[in-house]
Write a protein that binds this ligand. Structure first.
Ligand SMILES: Nc1nc2c(ncn2[C@@H]2O[C@H](COP(=O)(O)OP(=O)(O)OP(=O)(O)O)[C@@H](O)[C@H]2O)c(=O)[nH]1
Length: 119
C-alpha cells in the first residue's frame, strides 16, 4: 500500500497509489494560486480519479497561517466528503481538508486516520 506526499515535480514518480497527501503551507498566501493549480491538476487527472485525497494545511502555528475556511476558498475546494468515519457512495472519491502543524505535532493523527479508513 502506497501513500505519496505530492510535491513538485510529482508527475515524475506517481503511479499505482492508494492515497494522496497534498501538503500546503497555510502561512504562504502568495503561493496559494500555484497550490490551487497543482491541486486541481491532481483532482482532474484520470489516473487518480478514485484515489482519496487528504489536503493538509500545514504550519498553523505560524501567525500568518490562514483559517481552514480561507484555505478551502483559496484552493477552490467546494464540498468535501466529510471528516470522521464515513461511508461514501460507490464511485465518490474521498477528499477532505485538515489543518495541522507537522513540527508542532498537532492535527496529523486525525488527518491520517481519516485517510487510512479509505485504504
Ligand atoms: N512553524 C512551522 N514550521 C514548519 C512546519 N512544518 C515544517 N516546517 C518547517 O518548514 C521548513 C521547510 O518548509 P518549507 O520551506 O515550507 O518547505 P519546502 O517544501 O522544503 O520548501 P518550499 O518548496 O520552498 O516550500 C523547515 O524548516 C521545517 O522545519 C510547521 O508545522 N510549523
Amino acid at each position: 500500500m502506497d501513500v505519496w506526499l505530492v510535491h513538485h515535480p510529482w508527475r515524475c514518480y506517481v503511479k499505482n497509489i492508494d492515497g494522496i497527501v497534498f501538503l500546503v503551507d497555510s502561512s504562504d498566501i502568495e503561493r496559494f494560486p500555484k497550490a490551487r493549480c497543482e491541486l486541481h491538476t491532481v483532482l482532474s487527472s484520470e489516473e487518480f480519479a478514485k484515489v482519496p485525497v487528504l489536503v493538509l494545511g500545514n504550519k498553523i502555528d505560524c501567525p500568518a497561517a490562514v483559517s481552514e475556511e480561507y484555505l478551502r476558498y483559496a484552493l477552490g475546494l467546494g464540498a468535501t466528503t466529510g471528516k470522521g468515519l464515513m461511508t461514501l457512495n460507490v464511485g465518490v472519491r474521498p477528499i477532505e481538508v485538515f489543518m495541522c502543524s507537522v513540527t508542532g505535532r498537532c492535527g496529523m493523527g486525525e488527518a491520517l486516520r481519516w485517510l487510512a479508513q479509505y485504504m
